[in-house]
Design a binder for this molecule. Structure first.
Ligand code: GDP
Length: 327
């Protein structure tokens, strides 16, 4: 298949072609990579094309991300949207399987023709997974998906990575009050544009509302009065579907607030530049790690750092010297 044929198939939302194109952007084979880049250029929309809404969803395992995506996805489809669900799961690169974007946990959405669910790529580094996800996002948007939901868990850098590829970053949590609030990482509260206390149903409705109020006060300390956007804290029940339309309204309010201030376009452009430099850094690190010079000294230098006969700073210097000299 030529690049033009692939591009036509993607634009026509032919699922077999789309799947093939995604496999190509996920592949680490240099020939696939080269084709993927040609394809991405080909399908990149003109500047006046409608802009899809990119939303990140994070929260600890069990908080209800899949259930929320299922409810939200169906709500969005009922509003006439086409919904893509992608996942960034750093653990998948080690385990070879991804718990995120698991279609069995989003049963009705998975079989809806107006939805497309893609689990996290299972090979490569977080950087590699992020690259594949960003590029898949471009393909999905070319195929007419006007809402892209990117799911991730709060492990290491993955939240920052996802926050940097979406327009609105949302954080799901459970009813926690007082001391339990301390357990929520401050970092994620700084990134979140919308916060929702999930499982506000049955006996837990009041508890959830109290928790939302406390969380809201905590957030006020992070986002000063007068900030362009102060993240709302909502309550919802993903299983009952309550609060889901309000969740989406908050995402849209965030988007229009940024757009009116000119911040939306600025952010997207900055994300492209940041993405560029991230790839430069990843590529350089890859070259260093795979150079003959570094490979020949690596185990010796690592052993010396471990037994304390070399400081990390000196070890780093040895590795860079080996890179300069050996490749
Ligand atoms: P994830 O790991 O964050 O994707 O969480 P899941 O969506 O798989 O949900 C974990 C468990 O919590 C499942 O048993 C869900 O049925 C349950 N759950 C999810 N959302 C809600 C909710 O709003 N209310 C209640 N009561 N249970 C929920």
């Amino acid at each position: 298949m030529t690049v033009a044929e692939l591009a036509d198939g993607v634009r026509a939302d032919k699922r077999a072609v789309l799947a093939r194109a995604i496999t190509m952007v996920e592949s680490r084979r240099p020939d696939h990579q080269a084709l993927a880049q040609e394809l991405l250029l080909e399908v990149t929309p003109p500047p006046d094309a409608p802009i899809a809404t990119r939303v990140g969803i994070t929260g600890v395992p069990g908080v209800g991300k899949s259930t929320t995506i299922e409810a939200l996805g169906n709500h969005l489809i009922s509003l006439g949207h086409k919904v893509a669900v992608l996942a960034v799961d750093p653990s998948s690169t080690r385990s070879g399987g991804s718990i995120l974007g698991d279609k069995t946990r989003m049963g009705t959405l998975a079989v809806n023709p107006r939805a497309y669910i893609r689990p996290s790529p299972t090979s490569g580094t977080l950087g590699g997974v992020a690259k594949a996800t960003r590029e898949t996002m471009v393909l999905m948007e070319a195929a007419g998906f006007d809402v892209v939901l990117v799911e991730t868990v709060g492990v290491g850098q993955s939240e920052v990575t996802v926050a940097n590829m979406v327009d609105t970053f949302t954080f799901l949590t459970l009813a926690r009050t007082g001391d339990q609030l301390q357990g929520i990482k401050k970092g994620v509260l700084e990134l979140a544009d919308v916060v929702a206390v999930n499982k506000a149903d049955g006996d837990h409705v009041v508890e959830a509302r109290v928790a939302a109020r406390e969380l809201s006060s905590a957030l006020r300390l992070i986002h000063p009065r007068g900030a362009l956007w102060r993240p709302p804290v909502l309550t919802q029940s993903a299983v009952e579907g309550t609060g889901i339309p309000e969740f989406w309204d908050a995402v849209l309010r965030h988007r229009s607030t940024l757009q009116e201030a000119g911040e939306f376009d600025r952010r997207r452009r900055q994300q492209q530049v940041d993405w560029t430099w991230t790839m430069v850094r990843d590529a350089i690190l890859g070259r260093v790690e795979h150079s003959d010079g570094v490979r020949s000294v690596r185990s010796e230098v690592e052993a010396a750092v471990q037994d304390g006969s070399l400081t990390p700073a000196l070890a780093a210097q040895r590795i860079l010297d080996a890179f300069d000299g050996g490749s």
